[in-house]
Design a binder for this molecule. Sequence first.
Ligand SMILES: [Zn+2]
Length: 369
Amino acid sequence: MNMNPIPIFKIFGIQVNLDFSWFIIFFLITFTLAEGFFPHFYPDYPSIVYWIVGSISAVLLFVSVLLHELSHSVTAIHFGIPVKSINLFIFGGVAMIEEEAPSPKIEFLIAAAGPLCSFLLGFIFFIMAYFYPTDDLLNGIINYLMYVNLALGFFNLVPAFPLDGGRIFRAILWTKKDLLTATKISSFTGTLFAYLLMFLGILSIFKGNFINGLWYGLIGLFLRQASKTSYEQTKFSVILSGYKVENFMQTVKPLLPDETVAEFMNFYYPFYRSSLYPVIGRDGRIYVLYVEDIKEIPQEKWNVIHVIDVAKPLIAYVSPYDSLYKALKIMNKYKLDEIPVIYGNTILGILKRSSIELLLERFLEEEKK
Ligand SMILES: [Zn+2]
């Protein structure tokens, strides 16, 4: 499903989003609770009551997952790593932590914060159940939440990257080896665990438990994909962090404000072939000329219009000393394929996405050999 998630609220500057697939899990959990768990352990209530209590429990489970993700996020923010959003979807939640942790210790703490929160919640509900040992539905909700939070804590501690346990495992390996090797090993255990889940899924289906089997299988498939993608991401970020923009940019001759569009199209564009070009403004500031904007001007006017009249204020640029990884993130953020390279107030060049992709391709070829 590729529908945009629904923004629900913002907390600590983090946008919390609900994916459409979340409604499926919400319904499934409510259904299981209302038709199975509650009537079985707490009989003799009307069906509607089970459905109400079931949906309240499902919402509280959602709050538990959210608190787990918030714990990761708040820890990341504490260490200066930005967190854009938390997305809740069919298999739980994901905190969109923007960068790799700078050290194994920070990685460890960010990863451990989630399961720690779940265990703490489980413990709180355990205490509540202890002091409220009746057998009514409120006790049922408390017991259910104790169980799911503990389960959430344990499941996430499996050393299968990118699950929290896998991140903790990676952080420990990272203290002894480099990040890439640590990620490779923990992704491998992630993939193994994913296959184990799929195997359990098939086993369950053969035993006649179709729904459980399907569920294991789907989580296995999801985890296998996630461990592969996370490994690739880490690999790319490690490679690109090792290179500076200055060695990959195309140096350019700055465009002066009073040059005409025709001059640009005849003498600059054929040579640089970039969709944008930095221009020095009459005020000394830097502006950006977009080829797209020029194409809207009738060609017979190109001789009389100055580039500065078409140029727009500079919104994004990179420094020659930025890493390619940082540059790529800025380009992705502003949806650019080319970006001006500027140092202080001096135009130095243009960095193209294609140069970065070429570098990555070269690495992939090397890897195959
Ligand atoms: Zn987690």
